[in-house]
Ligand binder design. Structure first.
Ligand code: PBG
Length: 332
């Protein structure tokens, strides 16, 4: 229940009194943003020459395994608690059956181990979905044009165990299949990985804002059709709430809303309704919009912190953002 603010009539109330100086403003600041609120998504490539800047995400680079280790050290130095790994995998090894997704030697799992070597205290988060290893770019197994739910969940379970084995602290199922959280939790419990956490991409919308990400992981040309049969319709908030409720009831430790800024209403509802650890993903398209405008001289770089503060104000405990190192540096 939010209290009703009582305000005297003007001139007894002059709300500008508390905005007059930096000290007064600091005293009444309601929302904070610190490096501890940030999760840094990185792209790790296994392709020779695959590293370097991503054209639709200026300022963001695909990293080699050595680059990933350096990023982990940077995160530690800046007080960023977690890094999230996305694989840029060899296109020649993508198949319809996606078996590389649960290969302990795939680039994602190698990156987990490499990071744990140099920064054992950094929380390592993964992505659980088949798209980096799928010949047709979907997050699930496809038969005759249909995304198969239960067969995919089985495959995701194998993927999860291998990631846990490699040392992941937090698994991030981003696939939006039904029943995957319960299935993954069960597999983790029975295999002795009972302390591996799940941050569910619970309210993940079928969004156009993922475009640059698909360039970054080399999935853009591949996707046959769209993801509307598994990701949530952007028009639906009740459905999004049901997804979050379901994932929490199946054992998700934390939940995520994605994309972020166009869905702040969902963030606020999720936090108020469930009082669970709530995260938002400021996705690649949001990054591209902001960074594109800044680089064109249309916006000042201050908008970056403002954009992240908005998530905190909307109730998020933290934000996955490509701006993590830049902002952590700025806040230091
Ligand atoms: C796929 C996945 C996507 C993102 C994270 N995991 C893209 C998609 O669903 O097509 C998007 C992240 C971003 O846009 O920054 N499992």
């Amino acid at each position: 229940m939010s209290p009703t603010p009582i305000t005297a009539p003007f001139p007894a109330a002059r709300l500008r009194r508390l905005r007059r100086t930096p000290a007064l403003r600091a005293m009444v600041t309601e929302t904070t943003l610190t490096p501890a609120n940030l999760i840094w998504p990185i792209f790790v490539t296994e392709i020779a020459g695959g590293e370097g800047e991503i054209p639709s995400m200026p300022g963001v680079e695909r990293l080699t395994l050595d680059g990933a280790k350096r990023a982990a050290e940077t995160a530690m130095r800046l007080g960023i608690p977690a890094i999230c790994i996305f694989p840029h995998s060899d296109p020649d090894l993508k198949t319809e059956s996606c078996e590389r997704a649960w290969d302990p030697e795939n680039i994602g799992n190698r990156a987990i181990r490499a990071i744990k070597q140099v920064a054992p205290e950094l929380a390592v988060m993964t992505d659980i979905a088949l798209d980096p290893y799928n010949a047709n770019g979907h997050d699930g197994l496809v038969r005759d044009g249909v995304i198969l739910n239960d067969e995919t969940v089985e495959a995701l379970g194998r993927m999860a165990l291998v990631q846990a084995e490699a040392g992941a602290d937090i698994l991030g199922p981003s696939d939006m299949m039904d029943g995957r959280i319960g299935a993954l939790r069960g597999r983790l419990e029975e295999s002795g990985h009972k302390d591996v956490a799940i941050l569910s991409y619970a309210a993940k919308f079928a969004s156009g804002f993922y475009g640059p990400f698909r360039d970054a992981v080399g999935a853009s040309g591949r996707l046959v059709g769209d993801k509307k049969t598994y990701q949530v319709n952007p028009a639906n908030r009740e459905e999004a709430m049901r997804c979050v409720a379901r994932d929490l009831s199946e054992g998700a430790d934390m939940v995520m809303v994605k994309p972020g800024m166009p869905y702040l209403d969902i963030c606020r509802m999720v936090k108020d309704q469930f009082a669970a650890p709530t995260f938002a993903y400021q996705v690649s398209g949001e990054y591209a919009m902001i960074e594109g405008a800044i680089r064109n001289g249309w916006l000042a770089r201050e908008v970056v912190v403002e954009s992240l503060l908005a998530f905190r104000r909307a109730g998020c405990d933290g934000i996955l953002t490509y701006y993590a190192p830049q902002v952590a540096e700025r806040l230091a």
